[in-house]
Design a protein around this ligand. Structure first.
Ligand code: GDP
Length: 298
């Protein structure tokens, strides 16, 4: 049986055939009950307070969920069935102020936000439980991965949804933060395949998952607007409100180990990814305008 612990609205988007169980990374007993009820053999921990700016507003909550939540889940696994294979969603945000480029599994961490700090804890506690208790616990250090299901607060989806709203006449401009920040963006579908592959190996190990290509936010805006026949310079306005107290300026991953050991490589390229997201948002906004749930500004 496929089961997902529903800790947020993403549950509403899951396919039929997936059974949702309520639970919380703050509530250890709910995790134990979920593992018992499902007799899970593999656990993928993608649960987190995952938005970097929110982690400055709620650093303690971020630590409770994103950091200590991992220990609670690992403890629940030890109690219910230590043979369960465990995947921890680690993050390129752990590299923060990067110590070398590109970043590999051996690059030292230098997180730049409470979120990055919490993810570094989650990474090391996973390694520690593997080494302390001989558990099959692995950490995937995933660089930014996007899809039409990405939350609207993240930069790619904010832009692709903004493009669709501007095209439909629902808004006139898009207010953004730092356009010079660079990220290594991949397609979430490709990255989920990598997570699954990590749990099918003979021995547990940690892997960087990335495309190896870096693009500035500005270029992402250019591609997204041009997909809809517009020039981003006519609509994008920089606003101090969206700048961060400490920025991660550039991230580039080296997924060489994943290519060699897992036989993994990404199938969707950067332009293909942004075009896919713009097309999906244009369709969705059109549908909402037609059914009256969104109306153009007078
Ligand atoms: P992150 O890498 O996990 O923080 O993913 P985000 O998608 O939230 O941000 C990626 C980069 O885009 C960061 O360097 C942000 O500073 C930059 N950025 C520029 N403008 C915006 C904006 O309006 N919203 C967000 N979320 N990020 C922005």
């Amino acid at each position: 049986m496929k089961a997902a612990l529903n800790t947020g609205i993403t549950g509403q988007l899951l396919e039929k055939g997936v059974k949702l169980i309520s639970g919380d990374l703050i509530d250890e007993n709910s995790l134990i009950r979920a593992l018992e009820a499902t007799e899970a053999e593999e656990v993928y921990n993608l649960g987190a307070q995952s938005f970097v700016p929110a982690s400055w507003d709620q650093p303690i909550l971020t630590g409770e969920i994103t950091a200590l939540g991992v220990t609670r889940l690992l403890e629940a696994i030890r109690i219910v069935n230590p043979k369960i294979r465990f995947y921890q969603a680690s993050s390129s945000e752990m590299f923060g102020k990067v110590q070398e480029s590109p970043q590999t599994e051996k690059t030292p961490f230098y997180p730049r936000s409470p979120y990055g700090v919490a993810k570094a804890y989650g990474h090391w506690i996973t390694v520690n439980y593997r080494e302390s208790y001989d558990m099959f616990a692995v950490s995937g250090i995933l660089f930014n991965h996007e899809s039409p299901r990405r939350g609207l607060e993240f930069v790619t989806r904010k832009v692709t949804h903004g493009v669709a709203c501007i095209k439909a006449g629902l808004q006139k401009e898009l207010r953004m933060g730092n356009l010079e920040a660079k990220r290594d963006w991949g397609f979430a579908g490709d990255y989920v395949r990598a997570m699954w592959l990590m749990l099918q190996q003979k021995t547990p190990d940690d892997f960087v998952i990335a495309t190896g290509e870096t693009h500035p936010v500005r270029e992402m805006c250019e591609i997204a607007f041009s997909r809809a026949g517009m020039d981003y310079k006519d609509y994008v306005v920089q606003d101090k409100k969206f700048f961060r107290p400490a920025e991660v300026h550039t991230l580039t991953g080296d997924a060489g180990k994943a290519r060699r050991v897992l036989g993994w490589k990404p199938e969707v390229d950067f332009k293909g990814l942004i075009n896919m997201m713009v097309d999906a948002d244009i369709d969705e906004v059109d549908r909402q305008v037609k059914n009256g749930s969104l109306s153009p500004r007078k």
